[in-house]
Design a protein around this ligand. Structure first.
Ligand code: TRP
Ligand code: SF4
Length: 542
């Protein structure tokens, strides 16, 4: 992160993306802290790292070529495996981005973050998808089809007005995408109700269509990989959507025909044990640290030798706990020689696919009932053979999808931003004058009097107006955010003038955006998206 001003920021949070207005009657179980249909508020974003395994964006930021301002400013704070996407982007390899929008109300400045993230990935050469989550809005929010049609149109107009290129990317409605429906059906066969109960707090009262909309979302997330080939795919969303991302990452693995691991002998090892056995093997075989220089066929390291070596070895902290088991496993291996290999497990493969895999493995191999060991392949080569064979035999060969998470914006009136409190948020359809007025009326992180402000400085980290600058109004201009921030905290900036400047920028942004929306009406009408659906029905609730 090139700016250090946001690190400690823990905004009260709001839920612009999921329309935090609707409260659920049945509260989810206590331990469901990220609820896609609840009113998501995140107390401390850092908790999400330890609790859910979301990783800090800082860890990948250096690998992102020319990062977006939302990345530079810490608004995008977390990710799962975004390095895969960053790497593809840097190497001009295929990658994709996809996000979805529930058409429950007007698109607002919270949605704009995601629109911008999609467009940015598109500008960098990704295959980019924007979808209207109409099945979810109907089943989980009870929106009527005519309301959905109207809102869907507004989301799409804003996305196009901000620069989404529909020639390069794809826009669709969940209900109209047959491939997504079919994929959802397949994915649903790898998930069960107990899992939905645990992840989402679903219970016997949850309507079935709502569950179907979850399966549809997992299909949305993997859909970009049906187009051309499996590829790194990022899902830009708020952290409330992380349960869907986690589930989809699991399903992507469960769908695979083969699992590729590294092994040293006939027995199985977990990752930590494997690191220890590798250390023993490298030491005894006398090769380089990474083991790659060793001519395996010429070494004669037996399991028992490795067990004795390992028993005296002081392992790195991270894998120390695995030592007793690793030693036992090696002892049980007796005189069996240790030889590094890659192992392909049959998970879901058809007989023909398993046969084809055996055929596809070059060099020395050993075939067992449920697995194949290959002695002359690297892990990467093995992964790509497994994927190719799978795809040739009616499998998908999915990669696990990646994600990035943005902070929720605070409400302009303090507290969380909520679609049900118009003054708390700014709709992209707000009259520019109303937008101006809302910013002028916003709560700030300012002090009670001007004198106090000059003396103590304002609290930019607690100020919704500062957020407006950082998340939207300053655009790519880092100098502006830095100036506002430092002038504020140093007491050189007073809230009246600061809000006036922000309000004018907001008025300008809205006027400009709405003009662009008008300009893309024809473009939208030319696209093959049915915004006048003839669907019937009343939909569900939670
Ligand atoms: N559930 C998302 C929301 O509440 C909408 C959505 C549907 C979505 N499918 C998606 C988001 C796929 C990201 C990826 O807004
Ligand atoms: Fe917020 Fe600006 Fe006031 Fe600082 S000066 S507290 S940034 S409104």
């Amino acid at each position: 992160m090139s700016e250090d001003t946001h690190e400690a920021r823990t905004p009260p949070g709001g839920d612009p993306v999921t329309d935090g207005g609707a409260e659920r009657a049945d509260e989810p179980a206590e331990d469901v802290a990220l609820d896609p249909w609840g009113s998501a508020t995140v107390g401390d974003y850092a908790d999400l790292f330890a609790e859910f395994g979301i990783e800090s964006f800082d860890d990948v930021a250096d690998g992102v070529p020319d990062p977006h301002y939302l990345m530079r400013r810490g608004v995008i704070f977390g990710h799962r495996e975004y390095d895969a996407v960053a790497e593809a982007m840097a190497n001009d390899e295929p990658f994709a981005a996809l996000s979805g929008f529930m058409p429950t109300g007007d698109p607002h400045i919270g949605h704009k973050l995601v629109f911008d993230e999609l467009i940015w990935h598109q500008e960098r050469g990704g295959d980019v998808f924007g979808l209207i989550a109409d099945l979810e809005a109907h089943s989980a929010r009870g929106m009527s089809w005519s309301e959905i049609d109207e809102h869907a149109r507004d989301y799409l107009l804003s996305l196009l007005a901000l620069g989404f290129d529909p020639e390069e990317g794809e826009l669709y409605r969940q209900s109209d995408n047959r491939e997504v429906q079919d994929l959802g059906f397949e994915l649903g066969s790898k998930a069960n109700f107990s899992e939905f109960e645990a992840i989402y707090g679903f219970d016997g009262e949850t309507n079935i269509s709502h569950m179907q909309s979850v399966v549809t979302q997992t299909a949305d997330i993997l859909y970009p990989q049906l187009v051309d080939e499996p590829k790194p795919t990022v899902i830009p969303v708020g952290p409330d959507q992380d349960p869907h991302v986690r589930l989809t990452r699991d399903l992507a693995v469960r769908m695979r025909y083969f699992k590729v691991t590294e092994a040293f002998a006939s027995f199985e090892l977990d990752d930590d044990e494997r690191a220890l056995v590798r250390a023993a093997y490298d030491a005894l075989a006398g090769g380089s640290d990474d083991g790659h220089e060793i001519n395996d066929a010429e070494t004669d390291v037996r399991c028992t030798d490795a067990a004795e070596w390992l028993a005296d070895y002081e392992p790195p902290e991270a894998v120390a706990a695995a030592k007793p088991d690793a030693v036992d496993t090696l002892r049980a291996g007796g005189k069996e020689p240790l030889r590094p290999r890659v192992r392909f497990f049959d998970r879901n493969a058809t007989d023909e696919a398993f046969e084809a895999l055996i055929e596809a493995v070059d060099g020395e191999k050993r075939v067992f009932g449920g697995h194949v060991d290959a002695f002359d392949l690297s892990r990467e080569e093995a992964e790509s053979i497994a994927r190719e064979v799978e795809i040739d035999h009616d499998g998908f060969g999915f990669r696990q999808p990646s994600s990035i998470y943005h902070r929720f914006m605070s409400g302009l009136t303090g507290g969380k931003m909520s679609s049900s409190i118009p003054a708390s948020h700014i709709s992209l359809l707000d009259d520019p004058e109303d937008g101006y007025d809302k910013v002028r009326a916003a709560t700030t992180g300012g002090r009670d009097t001007a004198d106090e402000q000059r003396e103590l400085g304002g609290e930019a980290d607690e100020c919704p107006v500062y957020e407006l600058y950082a998340y939207l109004l300053a655009g790519d201009d880092d100098e502006l955010t830095k100036t506002v921030y430092s002038e504020c905290v140093n007491g050189e900036r007073l809230c009246g003038g600061c809000k006036e400047q922000a309000a004018e920028l907001m008025r300008e942004f809205l006027a400009d955006h709405q003009e662009k929306r008008a300009d893309v009406e024809d473009l939208l009408d030319d696209l093959d998206i049915d915004l006048d659906s003839d669907r019937r029905g009343t939909g569900g609730e939670h």
